[in-house]
Design a protein around this ligand. Structure first.
Ligand SMILES: Cc1ncc(COP(=O)(O)O)c(C=O)c1O
Length: 303
């Protein structure tokens, strides 16, 4: 059973007991936005950025969460504290809420809902596979483009990503990235994709979530004197890269050793990628852009 604590409709409960109505279009239509933050050694990372992105996603989808930013921060901290987790994966979600009138299904009239939960930290790709250099497939199906759903809005329309994962696992790869209908690199299920060519870091500009770990990579590159750009990336660019890595809250900077049949170097993590990965975890443990869970609790001396 998954351990963890959820907050749903004003009540904290074991995460396995949190439920959503089958009449909520969040479930029947993926009419829902969310964000995922993480806690490492008792510290939230870039929490204000996650909250800002969440409210931007809500606004884009005309959803109004029933809690303020400050209330949400306290709720998330409470979930982590009650779950007794030092390292946590913390998700918060704004749902459309059931239709008021089932014969006149008007999303504008729904009372939007909110839930959140904290569970143990998730490594999208295990640390062992990262150490070895992850093996990544390219999905045969394409990623939903920005012209259909603005991928900067963090959304649960994951059928394209899920199909890619199933295919990649069937083929014994560790994970998958998807191309856009135009054949450009987009992202993977829960992570952004990067390549390094001639010392320059490159990541797609469009048709992907602008991940906060992606933003951290730009921050680190600037501080380390490395050039990092957002640009269109073709499959050929990916295959001709010197190094490839993935970025996500759920695993950090994840080195890639292989995409399809292409091995980068000898298939082990590249030098710059390893440097960025070490720097990422150093920053997370140093308190850089961090908020202590305990500082957000209502019962703390700060409150
Ligand atoms: C589709 C997708 N792309 C990229 C990311 C990476 O974003 P972040 O670095 O904010 O975790 C995520 C994270 O959940 C995601 O779901």
């Amino acid at each position: 059973m998954v351990e963890g604590v959820a907050f749903n409709e004003g009540t904290f409960m074991p995460v396995v007991e949190a439920k959503i109505s089958i009449l909520d279009p969040a479930f029947t239509r993926s009419d829902v936005v969310y964000d995922t933050a993480t806690v490492w050694k008792g510290l939230f990372f870039r929490l204000d950025d996650h909250i800002a992105r969440f409210f931007a996603s809500c606004e884009a989808m005309r959803l109004t969460p029933p809690h303020s930013a400050e209330e949400i921060k306290t709720i998330l901290a409470e979930c982590v504290e009650r779950a007794g987790l030092a390292d946590a994966y913390v998700q918060f979600v704004c749902t459309r809420g059931p239709f008021v009138d089932l014969t006149n299904r008007d999303p504008r009239k729904c009372r939007n809902g909110f839930f959140a939960y904290a569970i143990p930290y998730i490594w999208i790709i295990s640390r062992e596979k990262q150490d070895a250099g992850a093996r990544i497939a390219i999905a045969t199906n394409r990623r939903i483009p920005d012209s259909a759903i603005n991928q900067r809005v963090k959304n649960f329309n994951w059928m394209d990503l899920s199909r890619g994962v199933i295919e990649a696992f069937d083929r014994n790869f560790d994970h998958v990235v998807l191309l856009t209908p135009d054949g450009l690199l987009s992202e993977g299920p829960g992570f952004n994709a990067w390549l390094i060519k001639d010392g320059v870091l490159k990541t797609p500009k469009d048709n992907c979530l602008h991940g906060l770990t992606r933003r951290t990579v730009f921050d680190m590159a600037r501080d380390l004197g490395l050039k990092a750009i957002e640009t269109d990336i073709t499959q050929d660019d990916l295959m001709n890269a010197d190094e490839v890595f993935l970025s996500t809250e759920g695993g950090g900077i994840m080195p890639v050793g292989q995409v399809e049949t292409k091995l980068y170097g000898n298939g082990a993590p590249g030098m710059l990628t390893s440097q960025l990965r070490a720097e990422y975890w150093r920053r997370r443990e140093s308190g850089w852009m961090s908020t202590a869970v305990k500082s957000l609790l209502k019962t703390s001396a700060v409150a």
